[in-house]
Design a protein around this ligand. Structure first.
Ligand code: DC
Length: 234
């Protein structure tokens, strides 16, 4: 339970590649809060399933084996200059979890209710003391329904695919815009239509469409939202 009123909980949800991680990370570092990328946790579980042959060549998941293995999956984060590294059972998997192979299976893994329950419990434990910025899909609706500040971020699918492509090309991946756009659209569909915690804006979340915003505009709007949320607490 968060008893320190000066340290609030900030939930940032939105579509994939909407830029929410970059803005959440930046906000957390500006205000001295801990940043947690909940999507990285679903990616780490996906990587674990891939490595343990729980996903076959047709993409079918051995859900039963994965559920049994959940207690053996430990996910943590190590802060670095300006970001963080995702640890899967103490191994740095930051690079591997961003691959297209992981991206193409992660939505199906994230749709498994037992996986969600296990990760939501870990996420709530990370946020027990407040002073946290967490980004994802269901942070304002399911993980922290009482968060003092909730933001829902969006941008068009093409804008988001372009951003994801730039990121992947920078990392040396060999992919086309069409492949990345198809992956973005596919993941949107699964995220929005899954039965367990589908992606949706919480009623009390502030909407931020950044299709045409510069990073500076976005960051100053976020700071304003943060200050307003603190003032509401005072
Ligand atoms: O934000 P991202 O692209 O790294 O997220 C990876 C996947 O995990 C994406 O398909 C949605 C899913 N996800 C989720 O279902 N719930 C969250 N809180 C975060 C991510």
């Amino acid at each position: 339970m968060n008893t320190d009123k000066s340290k609030i909980t900030i939930a940032i949800d939105g579509y994939s590649s909407s830029g929410k991680s970059t803005m959440a990370k930046h906000l957390a570092s500006e205000i001295g809060y801990r940043y947690i990328d909940s999507g990285a946790m679903y990616r780490a579980v996906t990587l674990f399933a891939m490595r343990h042959n729980m996903i076959d060549s047709n993409g079918a998941i051995d859900t039963e084996a994965l559920i049994k293995a959940l207690p053996a999956i430990r996910i943590d984060f190590r802060p670095t200059d300006g970001g963080q590294i995702t640890l899967l059972n103490d191994e740095d998997v930051e690079k591997e979890i961003r691959s297209l192979a992981v991206s193409s299976h992660v939505s199906e893994i994230a749709a498994i209710p037992s996986v969600r329950h296990a990760l939501v419990a870990m996420q709530q434990a990370f946020g027990r003391e407040g002073g946290i910025v967490m980004d994802g899909r269901d942070i304002g609706t399911t993980v922290f329904p009482n968060a003092e500040l909730k933001i829902f971020v969006n941008a068009s699918a093409e804008t988001r695919a372009q951003r994801r492509l730039a990121e992947m090309l920078e990392k040396g991946a060999n992919v086309s815009f069409e492949e990345v756009l198809a992956n973005v659209v596919h993941r949107d569909h699964i995220d929005e239509t899954r039965e367990e915690s589908p992606l949706r804006k919480a009623d009390d979340a502030l909407l931020l469409d950044n299709s045409t915003m510069s990073p500076e505009e976005q960051n100053s709007l976020l700071m304003e939202m943060f200050r307003n949320a603190l003032n509401r607490q005072a």
